[in-house]
Design a protein around this ligand. Sequence first.
Ligand code: DMJ
Length: 643
Amino acid sequence: MTTPALLPLSGRRLPPLNLGASAFPHHRATLRLSEKFILLLILSAFITLCFGAFFFLPDSSKHKRFDLGLEDVLIPHVDTSKGGKNLGGFLIHGQGHDEHRHREEEERLRNKIRADHEKALEEAKEKLKKSRDEIQAEIQTEKNKVVQELKKKDSKPLPPVPLPNLIGINSGEPADPDIREKRNKIKEMMKHAWDNYRQYGWGHNELKPIARKGHSTNIFGNSQMGATIVDALDTLYIMGLHDEFREGQEWIDKNLDFSVNSEVSVFEVNIRFIGGLLAAYYLSGQEVFKIKAVQLAGKLLPAFNTPTGIPWAMVNLKSGVGRNWGWASAGSSILAEFGTLHMEFVHLSYLTGDPVYYNKVMHIRKLLQKMDRPNGLYPNYLNPRTGRWGQHHTSVGGLGDSFYEYLLKAWLMSDKMDTEARKMYDDAIEAIEKHLVRKSNGGLTFIGEWKNGHLERKMGHLTCFAGGMFALGADGSRDDKAGHYLQLGAEIAHTCHESYDRTALKLGPEAFKFDGGAEAVAVRQNEKYYILRPEVIETYWYMWRFTHDPKYRQWGWEAAQAIEKYCRVSGGFSGVKDVYSSSPTYDDVQQSFFLAETLKYLYLLFSNDDLLPLDNWVFNTEAHPLPVLHLANTTLSGNPAYR
Ligand code: DMJ
């Protein structure tokens, strides 16, 4: 095939194009020639247009002003109050000398534009001499440069911040050999869960322990973000599983990337990823965790771009577009989701010196403070467009739970300086006690749910965390009701233990009733499952720390044995579908919170209290410990950047 030569604008013939070997030589040659031709055509049209436009411009000297938006350059300072005199810059208003200078300037600019065009043309011609591969290689080099620049920007060291007093990062090894043995068993369970995830699900969000492959749900979006790795890190660290911790760190360093086109839950990513990364940073001091947490937090910020500043439930990490769950009442955001950001966001502001995170969560708080609350209760749904409550449904379990938890923990985390949060917590639990806490016929204290004007006598497994919350908030409670709240915590712990004890597997159902003869048992088939949740064990641990009543260790051990017996499979741990059936079927999911929370609380239950003491650490809702910020007279920061 003969190669046609192109006649460029300069009249010089370009060398024949090197087409090279190809499976479709004809197509490739045609394509390259037409591409180049079109490029040249566009260039020449552009140049003609520029020259034409320039020469057909009205003669600006007649207008006495050179009006290309350059007057600031040409007439640097004109004080009109002084009658248009020369003020050391350019002369104006019809003086001959002035016109001459304008014309000279015009000429200079024309020449510059001409020279620029010629240069661009030369460059284009040079480019056309290159082969497609060369051009592609150049483009790739440019791209790489940009990526490198971005990476440099992303991994820019954050401002140094005086670290809070990190007390109690120790082995916490108990002296009692029986307790030590139990603790070792929990560590072995952690190793089994981790090793199998490592082998079959590495990099995926979670593990399917029966199918032995990766698993994910829509809360993590559609990309492999290694949720189990991030969620498990601090548990590995606390248990002294340092090789495993390092493996996780390496994966995060090399693979955890947030520039993915993936729509994630803002709440879940905050509590599991940001909470997990921050805890790993504070425990280990490894900068990479802090940097990743800050990068990720930046990706969540667009979720707050709503008319009210109440964030969307989900955000696309790449585009920043947010939206709410389709199932939520009237397009609402969920109380337990937008109300469970405070701890992590305060730490982010503390560590970065950037108040943006703090301002976002304080804005939410201020908005909630202004709203009317039916019976003093916070409904679970709030519309982020209108700022109005959705359905009047209040729960201390799913959809509401960790909002109350974070009010208390904001106060604790601020070294008890954030009294506004404490007041909101006290007001909320007073209303909860009045309207939702009841005693069953059989004498069990439970927390029901408020649904459109009536109390549903049902309690979720999730609600069981509240026993620990009441105990944690006892000290510092209004009217010095510490004893009362500790007692309330103990009663909830007892009820939740009963919900475990009344099953075949000695594991608790997802929800249980106190109605029509039912006492702490699930009635509906679809509420009989146990998915390795932590809340009951979490409450045992808090009760143990505050009372040292041995029954809490006993109850925790019962739960650990049941998990070992009924949930352990050779490929990890699985949830079960019916806790009332002695031959249960598996759901085939090893949830990331099993490693983050359930096993961590069990391990702490059999450790000494000086491992992560509660005066110095506050656990986020995913059991990631964050240090108390000992701040003088401010809820925010020991970081001088704020002061
Ligand atoms: C965890 O992800 C967190 O504890 C959250 O607050 C609610 N529940 C799950 C585990 O059950």
